[in-house]
Ligand binder design. Structure first.
Ligand code: HEM
Length: 319
């Protein structure tokens, strides 16, 4: 009788334990996640991104930006790639309308390349391909190599209303508030925004500063007046003087008052973050190390698991 009671108690305790073990709050990402199912994954994505970059200089900056716009909204789940037939998706939010087509095609080409290997077909998530393509964009533009953590599942949902992104006229407190919501402290945020060493911005994002923002260098102001005066909607300028090279020139540019976006220039004009800008401006190694840590952290935001995600067959549509 006593031993039966022990067995019953043991079974009850086991059931309770299994029933109350909480699901992992954070998916277990690993750099070797696809080692057995798709051993050549990194090479496939590397070669595909190389081809996209050879076709267009916009590919790398656009793919890197796409990764941020994906991770910052609903987590790194490739929800930014979804095109819903009812017209309600993240991509169609006005804040995402400046994402360049080349970023999307870089990811779709990489996905097609991955799926052309029979071993890999429909085994690798679009979210992971985005993370790998972002790394390749950095690396193949002269930036640091870093191992990419993998094992994200793709989200099933994408809505216009879910998109909340930082704005170009944010001050430092507003920037800190947004990025602390993603888990970043101020120095990590300054490092992450070094992504603006690549690419360009359209006039509507900086034109309002010309002549009214005293932190803007006068030479830059007159140059931009020329750029946007004749072509206010389609004119653009580069975010730093070496827009296809991933380097620390972005920070030196800020020291000279030559940052294009208000949200970038404020990192220098506000003395609370100026020290980090000065550090990265004088020490590219420090920038690279901190950028790698920051973008790796970005890649962990809101990661989905098999329980709430899927491996999308076509990155544009939930299965
Ligand atoms: C305060 C936060 C941020 C703001 C306000 C912001 C805003 C912008 C704007 C307005 C553009 C120009 C878009 C265009 O006209 O085509 C841009 C470009 C870009 N952003 Fe950001 N961004 C922020 C953070 C980030 C982060 C965290 C990353 C990546 C880690 C990133 C990566 C890029 C890249 C690579 C480009 C160039 C894209 C291209 O040339 O097509 N941005 N950003």
């Amino acid at each position: 009788m006593a031993s039966l009671r022990v067995v019953v108690l043991f079974v009850a305790a086991t059931v309770m334990f299994v029933a109350f073990v909480p699901p992992p709050a954070v998916a277990q990402l690993r750099t070797d996640y696809y080692a057995s199912v798709c051993p050549n994954l990194e090479n496939i994505v590397r070669n595909s991104v190389r081809q996209s970059m050879a076709q267009s200089q916009i590919s790398a900056p656009a793919a890197l930006r796409l990764f941020f716009h994906d991770c910052a909204v609903m987590g790194c789940d490739a929800s930014i790639m979804i095109t819903n037939s009812n017209g309600d998706d993240e991509w169609r939010n006005s804040d995402n309308q400046s994402l360049k087509r080349e970023g999307f095609t870089t990811i779709l080409s990489a996905k097609a390349a991955v799926d052309s290997d029979p071993q890999c077909r429909n085994k690798v998530s679009c979210a992971d391909i985005l993370a790998l393509a972002a790394r390749e964009s950095v690396l193949q533009s002269g930036g640091p190599y870093y191992p990419v953590e993998l094992g994200r599942y793709d989200g099933r949902a994408s809505t216009r209303a879910s998109v909340v992104l930082p704005r170009v006229n944010f001050n430092l407190d507003q920037l800190n508030a947004f990025f602390s919501g993603l888990g970043f402290n101020q120095t990590e945020m300054v490092a992450l925004l070094g992504a603006h060493t690549l690419g360009a911005a359209d006039c509507p994002f900086f034109q309002y500063r010309i002549g009214s923002d005293p932190t803007m260098d006068q030479g830059l102001a007159s140059q931009l007046r020329g750029t946007c005066g004749s072509n206010p909607t389609n004119g653009f300028a580069f975010l730093d003087p070496s827009p296809v090279t991933f380097d620390n020139a972005f920070y030196r540019n800020l020291q000279g008052g030559r940052g294009l976006l208000g949200s970038d220039q404020v990192l220098y004009s506000d003395t609370r973050s100026r020290g980090a800008v000065d550090n990265y401006a004088s020490n590219q190694g420090a920038f690279f190390a901190d950028f790698v840590a920051a973008i790796t952290k970005l890649g962990r935001v809101g990661v989905k698991t098999a329980a709430n995600g899927e491996i999308r067959r076509d990155c544009r549509f939930p299965n």
